[in-house]
Ligand binder design. Structure first.
Ligand SMILES: C[S@@+](CC[C@H](N)C(=O)[O-])C[C@H]1O[C@@H](n2cnc3c(N)ncnc32)[C@H](O)[C@@H]1O
Length: 218
């Protein structure tokens, strides 16, 4: 089988219905209309920084009664995710290629039932705090698009990013907040669904513990 180059992959992204990206009419009109896109009234679950979509796809297979949307900016990763979802004939999955900074222009207030943030880049340099996907700017956006009582769930291998996020959360009114620095040896393991993202796999093989938290905005 011949390997596809970037241009071919990007061209397929433009053709494939399960990819939403700038330049497609649906990208500009989907805010507030995701249920029309999926043609059902099922809950919307968003995975931020989904990479090649392994987690989104595995959740979508386990929970066909929900709709899953993986978000990432990298076109080649989104292509891989889109192809896998099509091969598996999953109709409850879509991929949104965008900067997460645009997320509140793509979902309306309270439109999302659950958000997963999985293994975002840690961005340890102080000057890069603005890029950390769990800083207060991003958390405020997530709060806006989440429905009342909606869960926010966050996994990382990176202790500094995890502790930074705990500290940022002290500025927010959150409830039902639970967390662990070692998910696999925690009573929260039930939230794992026996699915590892690609980065989760890489870091656990290197001996890192997986940090996990979930909460709802008050
Ligand atoms: C370390 S990878 C994790 C991928 C996947 N969640 C996993 O666990 O295997 C981080 C991903 O975040 C994406 N990303 C980082 N900042 C982003 C942003 N502002 N908007 C959209 N995607 C972003 C990158 O493109 C990359 O695919």
């Amino acid at each position: 089988m011949s390997r596809k180059n970037k241009k071919q992959k990007f061209s397929e992204n433009r053709e494939n219905r399960n990819v939403l990206e700038e330049g497609k009419p649906i990208y500009d009109s989907v805010q507030g209309h995701w249920n029309d896109f999926f043609q059902n009234e099922n809950d919307l679950v968003v995975e931020l920084a989904c990479g090649r979509g392994e987690y989104t796809i595995a959740l979508a297979e386990q929970f066909p009664e929900k709709n899953y949307i993986g978000v990432d900016i990298k076109g080649e990763r989104i292509w891989k995710a889109s192809q896998t979802a099509m091969q598996k004939e999953l109709t409850n999955v879509a991929f949104l290629r965008t900067h997460i900074n645009n997320i509140d222009e793509l979902f309306s207030e309270g439109e999302v039932a659950e958000i997963w943030l999985t293994f975002p880049d840690p961005r340890p340099k102080e000057r890069d705090e603005k890029h950390r996907l769990s800083n207060s700017f991003f958390l405020s956006m997530y709060k806006r698009i989440l429905m009342k009582e909606g869960w926010f769930k966050f996994k990382t291998d990176n202790t500094s990013l995890f502790d930074y996020t705990l500290q940022i959360l002290s500025e927010f009114n959150v409830k039902d907040h639970v967390y662990t620095h070692d998910l696999y040896h925690s009573e929260l393991l039930a939230d794992h669904f026996d699915i590892k993202t690609k980065y989760e796999q890489i870091w656990t093989e290197k001996g890192e513990t997986i940090k996990y938290m979930k909460f709802r905005f008050g």
